[in-house]
Design a protein around this ligand. Structure first.
Ligand code: AMP
Length: 569
């Protein structure tokens, strides 16, 4: 029986305060802290011996932490920060794969009321530097491998970074580069979480923009209400559940749902350190007896292309619920999952700025394949026509417009770090403009149409064209660059660059390879272009802005003026 059995009546009667009452808050009414709700509260209660996290390591070993273990280790990490002089509001970054230390650091940082910011481990030095410097990182947790490969070469450009904690270094190598295991050994397992105002900043997630460098969306401890509530009603957590979220904590899904939501709901959270591998994934579902699986369309499309009938090969009878987020989940994928797993895959929508799921297909609701579902109780979503100064809600069904959300839910971002102007630009009065285009049908279901801007979604990750263009321009042969997302059947969109070369260079395949290699080294394979075309000049507006959409329309063979067709493609 799903936790939310009657969407309409629950939506009507919903109050965020009722969800707040289901959490406990810090002892002595000292506020609300995500890590207390996710860890300590369970460690002090009947779930203390329940497995909180089970890490499946690359070397095939398995590491396990109960809620009681997790309390001790996260407290130790909070004490490590305390001993290093980290203060409330300082930023602590991680740059690592899905290793146990990342999870301990995230929760320990929240206990210390510092701000945690995870970075995707596939980033090259430039995206890492951009984010560390914009986020004013004081402490960075990383591995020796990533330190040597990526961090060391940018260290002298990060004057405010005080400490780098290496997760696998047996000893300190300088007063700045320290051994995390060494520091943990010396740190006490007792830590009293300080008073935490629910509005205290907790998490920083960088997301991509079209016109500038990445922007840091800041979230507060109160966001835990959304994590708790969506865990309960969208992921439909029940006592004893085993949950697996395949997203990396370097992206918001991997933190909100790969760390916080399952723990706040007291279930067992599986973390796989390895990358996608169909046979491995099916084996994990079987061996770990996963009940609820949260994944992404890119992964589902990859599974669809394999000649494996999972239910004939693997025991998947524990799998009760399958969910997807991050990109459009087309109707054929929904139908394939129903046929292949015997259950539908429930699409849901949200973004870095909203901190948690906003629109969802709830387990008790009939699924319309291809639709993102209906708004979360406590969230008002609408379709609107927006100008620079004004916004008009479109009431008529099936009309395409901007997807907007009414302010007032707990996990709404509170700022773009050091960029108030950009933050203010996202709002018209109480309405937040998401940057997505969508439709709402007569039954209240939302349908994704496309992005209203030039941001690229590749393998489920946002990439800002400006960031890529800026790096490409550093190549000695590049005079100008424009970057678009080119539709791709597996990864959604691939990053494609159009390049104007400087006089004296020859536009040939060798130069293409050289530029791609240069970009991969600087930015990492997740961000660098996969395809390049040379042009004599770039199309621009009168004011000199690159017309990326025109390039995209040409690439797709669409009529150049028809942007609505482009959006729907
Ligand atoms: P991010 O901030 O990286 O989580 O990316 C958020 C963006 O991903 C949204 O603004 C959408 O453009 C896209 N997105 C997220 N979920 C969905 C979905 N269910 N269907 C279509 N697009 C989605």
């Amino acid at each position: 029986m799903p936790n939310l059995s009657d969407y309409n009546s629950f939506y009507q009667g919903f109050r965020w305060q009722n969800e707040r009452n289901k959490l406990v808050g810090l002892p002595d009414a000292k506020g609300l802290n995500i890590a207390y709700e996710a860890v300590d509260r369970h460690a002090l209660g009947p779930l203390k011996n329940t497995v909180a996290l089970r890490w499946l390591r690359k070397d095939k070993s398995v590491e396990v932490a109960t809620y009681a273990d997790l309390q001790k280790r996260t407290s130790q990490f909070a004490n490590v920060l305390e001993n290093l002089g980290v203060m409330k509001g300082d930023t602590v970054f991680s740059f690592a794969g899905r290793i146990p230390e990342l999870y301990i650091a995230a929760l320990g940082t929240l206990k210390k009321t510092a701000i945690f910011c995870p970075l995707f481990s596939v980033f090259g030095p430039e995206p890492v530097w951009q984010r560390l410097s914009r986020g004013n990182a004081k402490v960075l947790i990383t591995t020796s491998f990533l330190f040597n490969k990526t961090v060391q070469q940018i260290l002298d450009r990060l004057p405010n970074l005080q400490y780098v904690l290496l997760t696998d270094a047996p000893e300190n190598s300088s007063t700045q580069i320290l051994s995390l295991p060494g520091l943990m050994r010396q740190a006490s397992e007792q830590f009293t979480i300080p008073a935490t105002d629910p509005e205290c900043p907790a998490l920083l997630h960088f997301t991509s923009g079209t016109t500038g460098m990445p922007k840091g969306a800041l979230h507060v401890h109160q966001a835990v209400l959304t994590h708790y509530m969506t865990g309960k009603y969208v992921l439909d957590f029940h006592e004893g559940d085993v949950f697996w979220c395949t997203a990396d904590p370097g992206w918001v899904t991997g933190t909100s749902y790969g760390i916080i939501a399952p723990l706040v709901n007291g279930v067992t959270n599986i973390v796989d350190e390895e990358e996608f591998d169909a046979a491995r994934w099916y084996s994990i579902l079987e061996a770990q007896k996963v009940n609820v699986w949260y994944t992404a369309p890119t992964a589902i499309r990859r599974l669809m292309r394999m000649d494996i009938r999972p239910r004939e090969v693997y025991h998947l009878e524990n799998l009760r619920l399958m969910l997807s987020v991050g990109e459009p989940l087309h109707a054929d994928a929904v139908v394939w999952c129903q046929k292949t797993f015997g259950i539908p895959v429930l699409d849901n929508w949200w973004q870095t700025e909203t901190g948690g799921i906003m629109i969802a297909n709830f387990p008790s609701m009939p699924v319309k394949p291809g639709s993102m579902g209906k708004p979360l109780p406590g969230v008002e979503a609408a379709i609107a026509e927006a100008t620079d100064t004004d916004l008009k809600i479109i009431q008529a069904p099936d009309k395409q417009g901007q997807l907007v959300l009414k302010k007032g839910f707990p996990s709404m971002f509170r700022a773009y770090l050091n960029d108030e102007e950009r933050y203010n630009k996202c709002f018209r009065g109480d309405w937040y403009i998401t940057g997505d285009l969508a439709r709402k049908d007569a039954d209240g279901y939302f349908w994704f149409v496309g992005r209203a801007d030039d941001i690229i979604k590749t393998s489920g990750h946002l990439v800002g064209p400006f960031e890529v263009e800026s790096t490409l321009m550093e190549h000695p042969a590049v005079a100008e660059a424009a970057v678009i997302g080119k539709p791709d059947p597996t990864i959604g969109e691939l990053v494609k660059a159009f390049i104007v070369i400087k006089a004296g260079n020859v536009a040939n395949d060798d130069l293409k390879l050289d530029i791609i290699g240069f970009a991969r080294k600087k930015m990492g394979p997740a961000v660098a272009p996969k395809e390049i075309s040379f042009l004599d000049s770039l199309p621009k507006t009168r004011s000199g802005k690159i017309l990326r959409r025109l390039l995209k329309a040409r690439e797709l063979g669409l009529p150049e003026g028809d942007l609505s067709t482009l959006e729907q493609s």
